[in-house]
Design a protein around this ligand. Structure first.
Ligand code: 3H9
Length: 699
């Protein structure tokens, strides 16, 4: 064995040179790996004992792409292009041997080999689009030459990790070899190439599929049209499409020039910076500084859920989906039957769309059992309370659970607003109490706020985070405060959305500005979707129990404008649920403002954006000051995964840094002067702004 460098070695086995890369965790194309490929292939070619070369990786995966953490830094060692050229121009056949994932630059390396073999569990993909990029090492020109324009469009704009069997069918992989025997299989394949005297096939020379697509611009027009909604706001999908068009219409080298130009545009742009930041934020969020990786994890083999409503049912599905039995407790048989019925319907609907088999529907529903007695939760390892938001009711339940639950069980609440420290006082084991704040629909939404109370134990935190990962959520650990992280910041936005309407903007103006910013919908459209009567109580604003004045929303509900479900809310809806601005709503707002003495005026889009978004950034800073979130990027994860914040803007804290905290503070102070304390910048925000820093500089 010859060591090429610290991460690469070359062994020669009976005529086959095996070049092995070993750069944990994912063999990303750092300088050492690029050098290793360049030098290794060069040496293998110079070695007369080597007749063919196998490129293989140690560890969990083939090359998972360029080293994202190196982006933007000075280039050291061989460039990726130099390493690729060395492979593509090799005078001896090169075979890439793939296990784990060949992604991005990793697949682009495999694409300059003459042949590719893979184990059945391997996957290949060009996921650059998810980083706001396009494959910048020839992937946009080589992939379509193998799989054709249509499949390349799908793969590159979705970033999908395509299973090896499908890769074989598409010709992306030449042969599958036995699982666990990649090295032997790849060597045997190399021998076959030599024995059969197969040509030194170069993907760049394949032209048939490009010729077939040329003269069919409708392939691209149709694809753009079909995906317009999905791609809205993102720059990278369109650039990926343009590169595939170039592959079809231009000679290889000219296509490469188009790829380079568009890659550099994306790479230096703010969207890709945001999406790369989110990539690392999603991995960072799992790390809890004071809860070490080796903290004991409690076994969770059975889950109990209290409440079979929409929330309880959705939560239950998460566990059944991964094979964990769930017992659901309700107070009344009909509510229990209804809840279990809704879950079954949900599964059946998924099966109808082909995403579950009938057998899976049966397996999952069989894991769910109902009960009318809390005592039946005695053998559960985790119990999640998901009843309505009332402190007395919750404390009563936790007091009872304390007596019923087995020692070591985790007692969780799904509250979105109540003080979990107070709930924990109802038990004699506050260390077992934690918040698991799921977002509706709980079986769909990716976010889970794991809420740590004062006395929650490290084991309970570590177990909750691990379990979140198991059920496919992305979990952010947050502290107890009103609304926790997500809703606390939402209150700020909602406050200003309502204020703006009071001052002269219409709901559709506010919604349009936030939609154009990149949210899937604005706050008023969202209210119409959820139902304006959620939490509505006439006694809150009328009679002796009144605790606030009557608002626009109350008037709308009184007129039976309860949102989409009644065909009208803030908006009017046609039979296809298409929203139109409503003259009735406008009149209610104008009358309300006149009665309250509001001086309505024209409000610019810029003001709408600043007044809805900047107070959120300010609140995020307060959350950090108070230690209710571990890092600014955790807050961004909450907003991207729980509230539809556009990922290409990186989350509210990243956006604050993009705008510049100096400007954010200036604008907040401007509004503070006009409208008071609501806009007062937090001490942390002011300090960072004064020092010319951003949230990214916080340690
Ligand atoms: C590209 O290739 C551009 C080229 O077209 C052109 C250039 C000219 N770089 O996800 P995990 C780290 S763009 C640096 O938890 P898993 C990750 O941060 C790239 N670091 O593991 C984590 O670190 P830590 C296109 C990376 O088993 C650790 O590895 N490629 C990279 O759940 C483990 O990661 C991609 O977009 C990287 N490329 O999943 C693929 N990848 O432990 C990105 C990972 O300190 N990667 N790390 O937190 C993935 O999708 C997943 O990591 C993978 C493994 C599926 C490979």
């Amino acid at each position: 064995m010859t060591a090429i460098n610290s991460v690469t070695d070359l062994t020669v086995e009976d005529g086959i040179g095996v070049l092995t890369l070993n750069s944990p965790p994912v063999n990303a194309l750092s300088a050492n790996v690029r050098d290793g490929i360049f030098e290794g292939i060069k040496q293998a070619q110079a070695d007369d004992a080597v007749k063919a070369i196998v490129l293989i990786c140690d560890g969990r995966t083939f090359i998972a792409g360029a080293d994202i953490s190196e982006f933007g830094g000075a280039q050291k060692g061989a460039s990726l292009f130099e390493a690729q050229e060395m492979m593509e121009n090799s005078v001896k056949p090169v075979i890439a041997a793939i296990h784990g994932t060949a992604l991005g630059g990793g697949l682009e390396v495999a694409l300059v080999a003459n042949y590719r073999v893979a184990v059945p569990s391997a996957k290949c993909g060009l996921p650059e689009v998810a980083l706001g990029l396009l494959p910048g090492a020839g992937g946009t020109q080589r992939l379509p030459r193998i799989v054709g324009a249509e499949k390349a469009l799908e793969m590159m704009t979705s970033g999908a990790h395509v299973p090896a069997k499908q890769c074989l069918e598409m010709g992306l992989v030449d042969e599958l070899v036995e699982e666990g025997k990649l090295r032997e299989g790849a060597i045997a394949f190399a021998r076959k190439v030599l024995a059969e005297n197969r040509p030194l096939k170069k993907v760049r020379d394949l032209q048939d599929k490009m010729d077939a697509a040329r003269g069919h611009p409708e392939i691209f027009a149709d694809f753009r049209k079909a995906n317009a909604r999905k791609f809205r706001g993102f720059l990278a999908p369109e650039s990926n499409i343009k590169c595939i068009e170039a592959a079809v219409n231009l000679p290889f080298d000219e296509g490469m020039a188009v790829e380079r130009k568009l890659f550099m545009e994306l790479m230096t742009g703010v969207q890709s910076a945001a999406q790369r930041y989110v990539f690392f934020a999603e991995r960072q969020v799992w790390k809890v500084p004071d809860v070490p990786e080796d903290t004991a994890i409690l076994p969770i083999n059975k889950v109990g859920i209290i409440g079979a409503g929409t929330m309880g049912g959705g939560i239950a599905m998460n566990f059944a989906n991964v094979g964990i039995p769930v017992k659901i407790v309700e107070m009344k048989q009909d509510a229990l039957d209804r809840g279990l019925g809704v879950i079954r319907k949900n599964y059946e609907n998924t099966a109808k769309r082909g995403r579950l088999t009938d057998a899976q529907v049966e397996e999952r529903t069989a894991l769910l059992t109902g009960s009318l007695s809390l005592e039946d939760l005695a053998d559960c390892d985790l119990i999640i309370e998901a009843v309505f938001e009332n402190m007395d009711v919750k404390k009563d339940i936790f007091g009872k659970l304390d007596k019923i639950a087995k020692p070591g069980a985790i007692l969780a609440t799904n509250t979105s607003a109540l003080n979990i420290d107070e709930i924990a006082t109802a038990t004699t084991r506050p260390e077992a109490v934690i918040g698991l704040h799921f977002f509706s629909p709980a079986n769909v939404m990716r976010l889970l706020e794991v809420v740590r109370a004062d006395k929650t134990s490290k084991e309970v935190i570590a177990t909750s985070m691990k379990l979140a990962k198991k059920i496919g959520k992305i979990a952010a650990l947050v502290g107890v405060c009103p609304g926790f992280v997500g809703n606390r910041m939402l209150f700020q936005r909602q406050n200003q959305a309502n204020a703006l309407v009071f001052e002269g903007a219409m709901p559709w103006d506010v919604d349009r500005v936030l939609f154009d910013f990149g949210f899937p919908m604005g706050p008023f459209a969202m209210s119409d979707l959820a139902g304006l009567d959620i939490g509505y109580r006439k006694e809150d604003y009328e009679g002796e129990t009144a605790k606030r004045p009557k608002q626009v929303r109350d008037e709308l509900v009184e007129l039976e404008r309860r949102g989409q479900k009644t065909g009208a809310g803030y908006y009017d809806y046609d039979e296809n649920r298409v929203a139109k601005p409503s003259a009735i709503t406008e009149k209610i707002i104008k009358d309300y403002a006149a009665k309250s003495g509001a001086n309505q005026r024209d409000i610019s889009d810029e003001e709408i954006l600043e007044r809805t978004i900047f107070p959120m950034i300010n609140e995020g800073a307060k959350i950090l000051e108070e230690g209710k979130a571990i890092r600014a990027s955790d807050i961004d994860i909450v907003w991207i995964n729980g509230y539809g914040w556009p990922v290409y803007r990186g989350g509210p804290m990243f956006y604050g840094d993009t705008v510049g905290l100096k400007k954010v503070v200036e604008r907040l102070e401007h509004y503070e002067k006009q409208m008071g304390d609501f806009f007062k910048p937090s001490a942390l925000l002011k300090k960072l702004a004064e020092e010319g820093k951003g949230f990214k500089d916080l340690k």
